[in-house]
Ligand binder design. Structure first.
Ligand code: C2E
Ligand code: CA
Ligand code: CA
Ligand code: CA
Length: 279
């Protein structure tokens, strides 16, 4: 676990953007990256505290640039969104996550859901739900193996359209989680209107949960809101045992973060987490 953690830190600390002479340069390279197989997915596990089982693996995209090495999503997702490339990139991510899930199913291992991040731009795309369902069906896996992580800003844009899209995805068996919960819009009304399975407490609240009583109060409130509405709650960004202990006291049921594992390659997930397999 320790080596993986160190690896991620070096990875994030690399000075990346200065290597691209312009945004256009990056766009051109990113377009190529999607078609020339330079993208890859890392997976970060979610742990259910009550059972000690992994419940889900979140797929997180990385760009292995032929000259510049590994590039973190924070450095290229915004460019992908501005240029519209996010649609193609998002389709690649969904397809690859499904294909990986299909490989694990064929090998009868890692029987977990896979969570895929959906950018607000993707979610706004008229044909998003149909395209997503088609991609999943093409790979032959059942849609109930998938969870889509969407942000509050995605769903608040056009409530009527959103509910139709979410209902369509849900009818196929896809789970929906709200990512970075607590930092977006303050309206909570949508929680009772929309078919939502899970809230992911933004890691900014978890970060100082030991020292900041406001962050603890907010975390507590989100967890109890989840219990009351029968929606799962995941605490993101759990890095140490101190945070974990407090989260247990708040009756948090599921955690994700460096404490358990950073995002790692599919191969590393297989090596590290095969013994957690639920069956
Ligand atoms: P996110 O969806 O909130 O993903 C969680 C991010 O937090 C990941 O960064 C993960 O490595 C990091 N993280 C996990 N546990 C910890 C922890 O304990 N401490 C700290 N400090 N960080 C932790 P990553 O992989 O660099 O991704 C950053 C963001 O990029 C993601 O935030 C997501 O918004 C976006 N992203 C990543 N992959 C995709 C993708 O395939 N599609 C889209 N649309 N966005 C993506
Ligand atoms: Ca996420
Ligand atoms: Ca789930
Ligand atoms: Ca998040």
């Amino acid at each position: 676990k320790q080596t993986g953690k160190n690896k991620l830190i070096t990875f994030q600390a690399m000075p990346l953007l200065p290597r691209f002479t312009s945004q256009i340069h990056m766009e051109t390279d990113l377009r190529k990256a999607i078609t020339e197989n330079q993208l890859c997915l890392y997976y970060q596990p979610r742990l259910e505290l009550s059972t000690g089982h992994i419940s889900c693996l979140e797929a997180l995209v990385r760009w292995n640039h032929p000259l510049y090495g590994m590039i973190a999503p924070a450095d290229f997702i915004p460019i992908a969104e501005e240029s519209g490339l996010i649609i193609q990139l998002g389709e690649w991510v969904l397809r690859e996550a499904c294909l990986q899930k299909a490989r694990w199913l064929a090998q009868d291992k890692l029987d977990y859901q896979v969570a895929v991040n959906i950018s607000p731009c993707q979610f706004q795309d008229e044909s998003f739900a149909d395209k997503a369902i088609r991609i999943i069906e093409q790979t032959g896996i059942h849609p109930s193996y998938l969870e889509f992580e969407i942000t509050e800003s995605s769903i608040m844009q056009n409530m009527d359209k959103t509910i139709a899209v979410l209902d369509k995805l849900c009818a196929k068996g896809i789970s929906i989680s709200i990512d970075d919960f607590g930092i977006g819009y303050s309206s909570l009304n949508y929680l009772k209107e929309f078919p939502i399975h899970c809230l992911k407490i933004d890691r900014s609240f978890v970060k100082n949960i030991q020292s900041n009583s406001n962050d603890l109060a907010i975390t507590n409130a989100i967890i109890h809101l989840g219990h009351a509405l029968n929606i799962q709650v995941v605490a993101e960004g759990v890095e140490d045992v101190g945070q974990l202990d407090i989260l247990k006291e708040t009756t948090c049921t599921t955690i994700q973060g460096f404490l358990l594992s950073p995002p790692v390659s599919a191969y590393e997930i297989e090596q590290t987490f095969h013994m957690y397999d639920n069956r």
